[in-house]
Design a protein around this ligand. Structure first.
Ligand code: 5GP
Length: 194
């Protein structure tokens, strides 16, 4: 997605060979116009797949996911990382190791909002080693719902998550695929995925 790649080049900050900071439009300040485009792109890539719910992980997945949910005209559920006083019963959980925070969180959603009748589109901001998405898949599949696919805003294709998920048979649609962050430069992948 050219608009996203342009934004990454102009505003992304390469923190190391493995980490890209995009605080100015996705991870802290949010660019709503770009998020609307991102949501529209996910919605069109998964059009006709019978999506009934969008599921993401708080907090950075929420902006792109809510835009996709709006355009698909379905609810968004965000898995929570923190314990909540008001959300206690009927919780489905998974352990997720955070690539950026280097800690394990128990992420939860309420079984009230996803069930075996649902067809779910999972969305997240970044895909690195795939732990966050694997956790979301685990929770969604515990409900008996079908995972129709995974929408990622920025996939770091030099890490293993995308390969592992695709090998397991999940459809992963990434709007920007980064081949390398070496020497402080963002290089996008030209690879065509079939
Ligand atoms: P994974 O679970 O696939 O290893 O990592 C994905 C999660 O870690 C995403 O939810 C995202 O929040 C975070 N993450 C991974 N790599 C990066 C990165 O390069 N930059 C930022 N800002 N977040 C990342």
């Amino acid at each position: 997605m050219k608009m996203l790649e342009k934004k990454i080049i102009e505003e992304g900050c390469v923190l190391s060979d493995e980490v890209l900071k995009v605080d100015s439009f996705l991870n802290h300040q949010v660019d709503p116009v770009l998020m609307k485009e991102v949501g529209g792109e996910f919605a069109s890539r998964f059009a006709g797949k019978g999506i009934t719910k969008v599921v993401t992980l708080e907090s950075s997945g929420i902006a792109p996911a809510v835009m996709a949910a709006l355009i698909l005209d379905v609810p968004l559920i965000f898995a929570r990382k923190r314990k909540s006083l008001t959300l206690k019963d009927g919780l489905l959980t998974a352990e997720v190791y955070s690539f950026t925070k280097e800690e394990t969180n128990t992420v939860t959603i309420s079984e009230k909002y996803v069930n075996e009748k649902d067809t779910v589109l999972i969305i997240d901001d970044f895909l690195a080693n795939g732990q966050a998405v694997e956790g979301l898949i685990s929770i969604v599949e515990q409900t008996g719902a079908l995972v129709a696919g995974i929408g990622i805003v920025i996939e770091k294709a030099f890490q293993d998550g995308g390969k592992l998920l695709r090998e397991k048979g999940y459809r992963v649609e990434s709007l920007a695929r980064i081949k390398s962050l070496k020497n402080g430069r963002v290089e996008f992948s030209e690879e065509v995925l079939v």
